[in-house]
Structure formats: structure tokens, C-alpha cells
Design a protein around this ligand. Sequence first.
Ligand code: SF4
Length: 373
Amino acid sequence: MENDKILCIMARTISSFKLEDALGKAYDQQSLSKEEIVFLLSLKEEGEVKQLFHVARSLRQRYFGDKIFLYGFIYFSTYCRNYCTFCSYRAPNKLCQRYRKTEGEIMEAAQSLAESGVHLIDLTMGEDPFYYLKDNGFKSLVELVGRVKVETGLPAMVSPGVVPKQVLIDLADIGVDWYACYQETHNQQLFRWLRPNQNYESRLEEKYFARQSGLLVEEGILAGVGESQIDIATSMHAMQDMGAHQVRVMSFIPQRGSPMGDWLSPPRIQEMIIIAVLRLLFPDRLIPASLDIDGVRGLQERLKAGANVVTSLIPPHAGLAGVAQASLNVDDGCRTVKAVLPVLEEVGLRAAKVEDYGRWIKNEKDELVKKDI
Ligand code: SF4
């Protein structure tokens, strides 16, 4: 009852908002309330959505000009101990592409991505028992990431799931740049359904600890998994509180053999609006346009909504999978720098130089150290 009352007051407040006022505030980089965020997320009329995208692009231009960053992706182990309801790689699923790459295979893929012109190597795994249970498993993980960083000369992001705190310290000590770990939602009830038997607080806390340890942090949400617009607004504020350096949204894609296998993927406009609102709230942060949902065909619309990083570039014919779309555009070579560059050009954008990205990372890491002092 109390909840209904809050929603009712919120709806009345939201109906009194004007688009120009909310966009004007965002353009002037004033903070937006939860109600204002919900108002923007609720836009339906095409002209209004275009205005939102326009302001999002102006803010991107203010901080990044026409430069876009490109991330190479290596999903080096698809084994996982968890039972996430939305994921193909959940422990009991026999219908997914299951593999664990050797160090040699990972190094080869990393070199090939580096030579293709990516700005960062993202090393991702499920919570693979090999690393979690094996003696010294995390030691070998840290060494592996260190080797990728040294041999490619590129910044590295690691997405290993929730790991012991010492692993984050060790990663930071060897100069790893990013820790990515997605909450998917900041509605705790929904979290429990999406990530059964996982601890909401520890997952969230891990990112605060990573940041304190000197790692840049990526947080992310899933769209179309039963969340409300208030939940999305709550997530956006949680990302701000955390001081996330990269903020991601991805549309849910149903996975064969998972409990949500017969759910529908949400209309894409929802993801685009979330990207644009993220840009209003995080004008100088990184926001991915992931190739992992609609492949290269979906890249333009994400860039037009204000994204500034192309993620999930995968070397073809290396036996590597994507996450939500395991094989889409992988072996046909469309998730490569070569395939993406003409798309950037079509929308008046271009790939940044490796040095541009290095500078951005350095500034942000220096800021972390200053805050620590
Ligand atoms: S989302 Fe990640 S943690 Fe959850 S089942 Fe999939 S790979 Fe494992």
C-alpha cells in the first residue's frame, strides 16, 4: 500500500516535468533526481527521444570529440559454478559452448587483437572452478593477465566474477587497469532471482574494494529481465555512488537451456534510451556499444544514443565465444576493428589512437590515487 502511494506521488511529479528542463539540466551537468531519470526513461514520442539522443551526443562530444575506444574481448573460460537464470553458461547447462582456453591460445588471441588495433584487452571468464578451487588458481590468473598486458603493451580489463580481495590487490599491483563485475540490477529481490545463491552485498562491495585498490571499475545492468524504470534509475544512482568509470547496459537475450529461455528479448529502443540517459548522468565516463547483442548491425544505433566504446571485438576462427550472443558475427569477421571502422565513419566518428586511450586511463588512475591520499 505504502509502495502504491509512493508510485502515485512519483507519477504525479513526473507528469509535471518538461523535457527541455530535464535536458537543459543534464546539458549543464546538474544532477538529475530519480524522478527526472524515470521521466526520461519513459519517453515514447519519437521527436522527444531524438532530442534526448541529441543531448547525449553533445555531451559525448564535449568530453571525447569524435573519438571512440575499441575493446578486444577474450572469453577464456566458459565454465562457471553459478546458476544465473539469464545466462547460457550457468553450471548445469549442457547446451552452451563450454571450453577453457590454454595460456598459449589466450596469448595468441590477445596478440591478434592487439595487432588489429584494439585499445584494451578484456579477459573474461565464468566463475570457473578451475581457478576458484585449484591450488594457486588465482595466482595463475594474475600471472596470465600480467603476461597479456606486457606482451600486448595494452591496458587490460579483467572480469573474473567475485574473487578473494587479495586477488584484486594482486591485479592492481601488477598494473592491471580494470575490474568489471555486473550487478545486473540494484533491486535486491530481482537480483536474488537473477543470481540465485549469490550475495548481493559482497558483489557490490567487491567493486568498492577494487576501486580503493586502484582499479578502474565497470558496473552494468541488464534490460528486459523484469526490472521497472524505478529500478533502472536506482541502478544509475548506485553507479554514481560507486564512482564507476564505465557503465554498461545490455538487452537480455534468451538462452537455450536456461530458466529464462522462453522470455522475449526487450525492444531495443529501451536499451538505446538507457544508454542516452547514462550519458546524461556520466558525461565523461565510458559507455559501451556492445556487439554482443545485435552484432555489427546494432552498432550505429548505440553510437547515436551516446555510447563511446565498442566492446566485444573477437578474433574470428579462434574458437572464442561471445556472452549473450555466443557466435553472432564472430567467425564472419564482423566483430573486428576492420568491420567496425566504416560504421564509425558513417556516423561521423573515428577510432581513437592507442595513446588517447592510455591517457584517459592514466588520468583516471591518477585521480584514484589522489582521492586515496
Ligand atoms: S552470468 Fe557469469 S556468473 Fe552467472 S552463470 Fe553466467 S558466467 Fe556464471
